[in-house]
Design a protein around this ligand. Structure first.
Ligand code: PGA
Length: 261
């Protein structure tokens, strides 16, 4: 099954408004050719979405949000619903470890967000992964299986083609713009990504699970992208800190393309 590779840039809260716009414009120029062969998704913070949408209009670059609320409407001061995002962005990141940790998002909340995104016609990018403690306790498989299983319960099999799962070991995600953190052995990461597809296959059948895109995330840069994407069945990367630099992002995209051509 030929799945289109995907590179997702999670800009978190790293860039101010002017720097966000500069990064979007520079990325557009640099990736113009590559964008024909790989899905490129820029995820700025909520208020900067419209200016990034305008900056990439007419290109193949897509825009994503970094989160969405679990409910569609209601008394949720400061939150953003799937309805607000519909028509504005194509993708939305859900269940990022920073949100799970900093805002106490449970598997149940992540699952509800996932369903809101799907109902609104958005393409969810679901982050899963174990903490350092869970890894040390030998619980990686159980944790990731539980996280994926919980999200996919009650989901129509057909929707898998619109979903992306990102395996992001929490301990590998960079805590700031500085030096990259630790990383798993590429074949260990690939095994967990295989597990994600297996859980999807158990839920929806192999035929549908083959359409699901599964990517790696956690301290990816231009040097490390290819060692993860070279593993079989890895469809791309989710990149935080390195993606704020358009030249680095472009290099990562080229590495991903090289592995997929
Ligand atoms: P990082 O972030 O590439 O800076 O480690 C990845 C992520 O949090 O999605």
């Amino acid at each position: 099954m030929d799945r289109r590779p995907i590179v997702i840039a999670n800009w978190k809260m790293y860039l101010d408004a002017a720097a966000t716009l500069r990064a979007a414009r520079a990325t557009r120029v640099l990736v113009a050719r590559a964008a024909a062969r790989v899905d490129i998704v820029l995820c700025p913070s909520f208020p900067l979405i419209p200016s990034v949408v305008a900056a990439v209009k007419g290109s193949r670059i897509r825009v994503g949000a970094q989160d969405v609320h679990a409910e569609l409407r209601g008394p949720y001061t400061g939150d953003v619903s799937a309805e607000h995002l519909r028509g504005l962005v194509r993708y939305v990141i859900i269940g990022h470890s920073e949100r799970r940790r900093q805002y106490g998002e449970t598997d149940d909340i992540v699952a509800r967000k996932f369903h809101q995104a799907l109902h609104a016609g958005l393409q969810p990018i679901v982050c899963v992964g174990e903490t350092a403690d869970e890894r040390d306790a030998g619980d990686t498989v159980a944790v990731v299986r539980r996280q994926v299983h919980r999200v996919l319960a009650g989901m129509p099999a057909l929707s898998l083609a619109r979903c992306v799962f990102a395996y992001e070991p929490v301990w590998a995600v960079r805590s700031n713009l500085g030096a990259p953190g630790a990383q798993p052995a590429p074949d260990d990461a690939a095994q967990v990504m295989g597990l994600i597809r297996k859980v999807a296959a158990d839920r929806a059948g192999r035929r549908y699970a083959e359409r699901l895109r599964v990517v790696y995330g956690g301290s990816v840069d231009a040097k490390t992208a290819k060692i993860f994407v070279a593993e079989p069945h890895v469809d791309g990367v989710l990149v935080g800190a390195s993606s704020t630099n358009p030249v680095a992002l472009h290099r990562i995209i080229r590495e991903v393309l090289a592995c997929h051509s």
